[in-house]
Design a protein around this ligand. Sequence first.
Ligand SMILES: *Cc1c(COP(=O)(O)O)cnc(C)c1O
Length: 372
Amino acid sequence: MSPSRRKIRLEFWTLRCEMRAMSSTDIPRRHFASDNYAGVCPEVWEALRAADAGHVPGYGDDPHTSAVQDAFRSLFETDCEVHFLFTGTAANSLAIASACEAYHAVICHAFSHIETDESNAPGFFAHGVKTLPINTPLGKLDPKSVESLFLNRRDIHASAPKVLSLTQSTELGTVYTPSELKDLSEMARSLRMSIHMDGARFANAVARLGCSPADLTWRSGVDVLCFGGTKNGMLATEAAVFFNKDLAHAFKRRCKQAGQLASKMRYHAAQWQGMLRSGRWLENAKHANDMAQRLRSQLSAIAGIQVLYPVEANAVFVRFPEGMAEALLEKGWRFYTDVGPGGARLMCSWNTSPEDLDQFASDAKLIQERAR
Ligand SMILES: *Cc1c(COP(=O)(O)O)cnc(C)c1O
């Protein structure tokens, strides 16, 4: 069968599973494909409703937006410039564009979102800029690899690395400790690079490490953080937090040009206000991380399932025994099998419940017993 025919068949099959999942009553409602499968948490809806009163100026010149920008400054214990965007892809790309000329390059991990999941957006918004990926273990870069890539070629014909992009927590569900971040940023700094942090799951790293957001960012040398709201339980908002304000020059203009400057900005602000004021952003992340720990221990107790990486945030990567992934998909479960170097990625969210995990693990166990 031709690859395109096979792809179409696979799509039909997936759709059939999906339809079956929707029509059956005993199929669970929650999935492990991504934390963006989960909905919006109540604190966010309440804050949106509260902001939904009266007329205020657009494009961020409103009291909600300035109040929440102040809330970011107290959360990070420093003066920082904060902008809100609709997607993490836009936040990453525009933050990178702010730090680069067209002949520059970004050193990143081979499995980073900017490298594998942004449809070349960094090169589009930061026109001309390319990524230089490194495939180091556990989704984490290390200073030696960064340095040797940088020093490999520095002549006029090569691209000039200008940004080191770190993902926290990483694409493989691990985290960088503050001291690892410091070592990386010192290395990058010595090579005159800026440090960008893709924090789509920054909250999960804070929850895991129990240190302050400041320790994981500017105190560890980070210049700009793209702080993810959506996967943490918000509706659609990401914050670009500039600790190095020089990089924020004309950022609002970049947002406008990219179609990312919300005219009703107060609704971005409200989502964050609801989360930051209640502390729910951290509770959500803690919960998702706890669920991942529980899932890891349930699955590692099943013969033939191999947990691939340390579970340090809200992702569990496993290798299922032959046929098990297909059987679980057939039962209506959703998870990805094409993230990172292989295996299946099981992502827990702010509202994943212990019952979801029990159900998933018991299905896996049943499949395993039947296969024997
Ligand atoms: C989800 C995600 C993003 C942002 O994705 P969007 O779909 O553009 O909002 C960025 N980085 C990482 C690591 C992610 O997982």
